[in-house]
Design a protein around this ligand. Structure first.
Ligand code: NOJ
Ligand code: CA
Length: 686
């Protein structure tokens, strides 16, 4: 429902007089004040406290060459919107979209007289704003810089990763704003091969801030489309973030053909960490899907011929003599998936090209349709079908997005012809076209073209090394997950690896934009299984690996370890067999970034629930209250918790499985080990 409302502020159209507009969120928790005084600026208050101090809006254009900072207000429009919608899949089955909107149309005072609009949507949970350029005489614009600022009201505690045009696979740093040192942090990460660090004061979004008086603030963007990703550059003396757009090969940021619009800049604010995690504002700011049908889009769990290569049992390439993707080995994975009811088997290294895939900046390494001679594609397609399992395609592009686009039609048709409906894409290395970055406008458009083309073929996508998500999975529900952060593969990275706290920060940062293909489920913790000299280790307990299926939301969840490692713990594997990947409801029970998180989710179209609780390197007593369950019903709970002596370092495999009857009134205490967790599946007694 849309209706107009009267802006609760005074304004004047007489030039020379300050023009101020204030918009309150529906329940008046948040107020945005926009002022066109010397420059155009905005301010955000939450429950009366200043969260964003007056911060500038505007652009520096390279074509025409002009700074857009002084304007005349042309018109002001406003409306209220309040409507619920149903996602194709997700954490909840209904999302309410309720905001007040103000659109201010401005004419820049330079001789170019460029017209644009700034649109603010004010929610009770935060603010989204963007710029729109209507059709005008200057049809083509080149953005040199976006002058958007976020001026923070204090030297907040900040959870950040270095600003980088090409990778987001860093470990998070927790410092005060004034202590951000992105170059030093990036230099501690030798395991990240391709880096383009922006500078000492630049970080990436989503970034989480926590104020001294307990406010949580998340800065990010929504609906990133036909525009580069936004990083943030901090001006330390004023604690002001300045938008920093990822440039193209010649240093331009964005090419706009009017009418055009930018992504939404998002500020989510809450005095409760749990509430911040429950926000659906970023999804709400994205467009509904335009796909005519969506019933072919299916959440799924999959195993994979994948971790073997990462820990040195096998290789992607054939020439090594220990090629993993051979027919017999892939059959073994198909058998394992079929036995336990998993939907898919990811196969990496099935196609020719891996002898020469990395580090050479070569344009046409892969053709995406030619299997290695020891991989019987037709035979395996048939075998998988008999076993009720689907093979998941792997398209590593080695950064050559241009080559991938040339093959896209054939590659997706090949998938259709061979009964494959899901692809994992990857962009390891430097991007070709040369000079483009993983996060630049050309690549943003590339990821979208892949999602669109995949949809034409009814194919689902999980992308790796792609830009971090901005809620586009509402519009493209077949682009189900991306990696776009430090995922489980980094357990095997010698330098910093994955710290126990990493998974307690991810939900507050990277996951704010959308699902992650993190690939949890490791059951073997010392990674020297095949190479005795390997010193890397998984820094969680086994129970925490289970809990990650609930705390890290994704409609595509990998069951990442080797069949032989699962066979040793089939009782614990049962939780992964049981955990759904699509939900009717989600309750964030308790949360603190960097420390702990407990989430309960209700299975889609069922009365069953799952609960996941994780902690960082500190042990913790979990006081569980089952009051999220229905009154008057009984449930069987299977509790997978850390054993008494469990510890991520010394005893990660110690776990206990207990069965209990629970009701809405049940309260129990559970100990989480250092680096530990707890997973519970809860089934209604029928
Ligand atoms: C990086 C991906 O994140 C990983 O999952 C994959 O195995 C390798 N690239 C090879 O494509
Ligand atoms: Ca990766």
């Amino acid at each position: 429902m849309r209706y107009l409302f009267i802006i609760s502020a005074l304004f004047s159209f007489q030039s020379g007089i300050a023009q101020n507009y204030t918009v309150y969120s529906p329940a008046r928790k948040i107020a945005v004040s926009i002022s066109n005084n010397q420059v155009l600026s905005y301010q955000i208050n939450y429950k009366g406290k200043v969260v964003i101090k007056p911060s500038q809006l505007g652009f520096k254009l390279n074509k025409p060459n002009v700074i857009l900072s002084h304007f005349d207000v042309v018109t002001v429009d406003s409306l209220v919107y309040n409507e619920a919608w149903t996602p194709v899949w997700g954490e909840v089955n209904k999302i309410n979209n309720h905001y007040k909107e103000i659109t201010i149309t401005l004419a820049d005072k330079s001789p170019h007289a460029i017209t644009f609009k700034v649109v603010f949507r004010v929610y009770d949970e935060g603010v989204g704003f963007r710029y729109e350029f209507p059709g005008q005489v200057n049809k083509y614009l080149i953005v040199g810089d976006e002058l958007t600022q976020f001026s923070l009201a204090g030297d907040h505690k900040t959870f950040w990763i270095p600003g980088d045009y090409d990778t987001n696979e860093y470990l998070y740093n927790t410092t005060r704003l004034s202590e951000i040192d992105a170059v030093t942090a990036a230099n501690k990460e030798p395991d990240i091969a391709v880096k383009s660090v922006i500078g000492p004061d630049a970080i990436q979004t989503p970034v989480l801030l926590k104020t001294a008086d307990g406010l949580y603030i998340s800065l990010h963007e929504a609906a990133l489309s036909n525009y580069p990703a936004m990083h943030l550059n901090l001006d330390k003396p004023t604690l002001t973030f300045q938008a920093h757009l990822v440039p193209d090969a010649v240093g331009n940021k964005a090419y706009l053909e009017n009418p055009a619009r930018t992504p939404w800049r998002t500020i989510i604010i809450s005095d409760k960490a749990t509430e911040l995690l429950a926000s659906k504002m970023i999804l709400n700011l994205n467009e509904p899907t335009r796909f005519a049908t969506t019933e072919w889009i299916k959440p799924q769990k999959f195993v994979g011929m994948w971790w073997e290569m990462h820990i040195g049992k096998a290789t992607w390439e054939l020439a090594s003599g220990k090629h993993g993707a051979n027919t017999a080995n892939v059959k073994r994975y198909i058998d394992f998936a079929s036995k336990h009811g998993f939907d898919g088997v990811l196969v990496e290294g099935w196609n020719v090209g891996w002898e020469d895939w990395f580090g050479n900046w070569k344009e046409d390494v892969f053709d995406f349709i030619t299997p290695y001679p020891d991989y019987d594609l037709k035979g395996l397609t048939k075998y998988a079908k008999q076993k009720g399992v689907q093979i998941i395609m792997h398209h590593e592009t080695s950064g050559s997005a241009f080559n991938y686009e040339r093959w896209l039609d054939k590659a997706f048709q090949f998938m259709n012809d061979n009964n494959m409906n899901t692809v994992k894409t990857g962009y390891v290395g430097k991007i070709i076209p040369r000079g483009e970055h993983h996060d630049s406008q050309w690549m943003i458009n590339h990821y979208q073209r892949v999602a669109e083309k995949a949809a034409e073929h009814k194919i689902m996508v999980a992308s790796h090394e792609s830009v971090r998500p901005t809620g586009l999975h509402r519009t493209y529900p077949n682009w189900m997950a991306s990696e776009a952060a430090r995922g489980s593969e980094f357990n095997n990275a010698p330098a910093l690896g994955i710290t126990p706290e990493h998974t307690t920060i991810l939900p507050f940062t990277r996951l704010m934009g959308g699902p992650m293909d993190f690939t949890p489920g490791l059951f073997r913790f010392k990674l020297n299984q095949f190479e005795p000299t390997r010193t890397t280790e998984v820094r969680t307990t086994l129970a925490k690996q289970l809990a990650l299926y609930v705390t890290i939301y994704s409609p595509l969840q990998m069951v990442a370890d080797l069949p032989e490692n699962y066979e040793k713990h089939t009782d614990a594997l049962q939780f992964i067999v049981d955990v759904p990947v699509d939900w009717d409801d989600t309750k964030i029970l308790e949360a603190e970034p960097g420390d702990y998180l407990t989430v309960a989710r209700k299975a889609k179209n069922k009365n069953d629930w799952c609960l996941g609780a994780i902690t960082d390197e500190n042990s913790r007593v979990l006081n569980l209250n089952f009051d999220f369950l229905d009154a008057g019903k009984k449930y069987h709970a299977s509790i997978y918790r850390d054993g008494e002596q469990a510890h991520w370092k010394t005893n990660p495999e110690a776990y206990v499985i207990e069965k209990k009857l629970v009701t809405k009134k049940t309260k129990i205490k559970i100990n989480l080990a250092p680096g530990g967790g707890c997973a519970i599946s809860i089934r209604e007694v029928k």
